[in-house]
Write a protein that binds this ligand. Sequence first.
Ligand code: UN1
Length: 511
Amino acid sequence: MTVATATDIRPILAELGIEAENPGAFNGSWIETGGELLHSVDPNTGEPIAAVRQATAEDYEKVIAASVEAFDEWRTWPAPKRGEVVRLLADELRKHKDALGKLVTLEMGKIVSEGLGEVQEMIDMADLAVGMSRQLYGLSMHSERPQHRMYEQWHPLGTVGIITAFNFPVAVWAWNSTVAAVCGDSMVWKPSSQTPLTAVAVTKIAERVLEATGAPPVFNLAIGDRHAVGGPLVADHRAPLISATGSTSMGRKIGTVVAERLGRSLLELGGNNGIIVTDDADLDLVLRAAVFASVGTAGQRCTTLRRLFLQKGIAAEMTERLRQAFGSVRIGDPMDPGTLMGPLVNRKAVDDMMNALEVAKCQGGEVLYGGNELDRPGFFVEPTLVKAKVHMPITCEETFAPILYLFEFDELDEAIEMHNSVPQGLSSAIFTLNMRSAERFLATTGSDCGIANVNIGTSGAEIGGAFGGEKETGGGREAGSDSWKLYMRRQTCTLNWGEELPLAQGVEFDL
Ligand code: UN1
């Protein structure tokens, strides 16, 4: 374990315009918020970095009202012109990639390479959205009636509520905001209370882009608790789409409220991701992929590998190699480029991990490596390997921590059944060099997840594909492919350019 390095954080905060105390709401201007101070804490030290004054319900009202007004104008901008605004956002993010990536590390605790990677994900997303702005295609159909034309077109939807989690404090905003912006929507962002500073920093970057382009305030922010911001936003008829990332229990509440008002929700909730390793797999690849997927981001990705299924022929060797690899993971200050695993986000995350391990032991799990909190400031734990039994209930839950449960199997069908037997359905993978096994895993009766990989880990998806999962993961899809359709309103149009009025389905109705 490395000793904490004393990073001078002042230049990072200064470059991003972060003060000791920052207003927590933006609607084209920064609002003098009236809520309580929220201190952002560095998980590496447990010490506060800076504070944000949270929005009250009245402040939220000012944000949503401005966002609705901005939409009225923004939807009339041609989509490629909206794309130009997002292109400038990408430029501005490129300029501040280093500082913003480091702020992500400071505030959330992921290692600096991952903090920078997260800002790169924002840039990639913005670049993709610029292209999308010229490709918001509708289909045309052949009408059954003569001299009729039928087609569909996509219109902007309205104000989008974006609720993000602490673990990807800026990338998930970009998945939503860049696509929403080119689709002609305005938005209100409610970030996690764990990561208010990165939200302020990103909104300041967006503010400069709005000013430079004369765009109306489409990128809005309201930092506050669920009474002042979260609850009102989710229940608000003025937000036709709520895109929320977080736990399944949170998503269940949000989904219910949005469904009650017949709004649209896009949910990206808990994962419980597994990898199946067959006897013929390339074990060097497995080792690297499994360690990154389970220990990267200290096990706090929704795509984190939580369950590893080993075929009996390689199980003993693979288990031993994993035990050694877990023991050699450099844990410490996430700002130190040599560190591979930083802290968990807060004290509660450490307690949740320790509780889950106690439960696992009671249910018959055997800790093969790790299991302890580190005796140092901040919220550090050991990456932990647990030999698990089939049907251990704790392995059906998502614990947001670096715990990897190991299972053994004889036949691939049995592994696929175990793999699919959890309530979540986000990401999955198989490691095999056998084409039949790979295709079996990808077939209709194979993995039931939104993401299924071969010889690649469960985490670290590229933005070009649609991201999201099935079952209790919530069914939403964000980022690439045709995810943009959720941010728009589809309209089917039929035009009659003839002199007759034929009815569809051959119906006669002559006066
Ligand atoms: C998340 O953890 O909420 O695929 C998102 C990945 C990242 C995104 C994770 N690109 O691991």
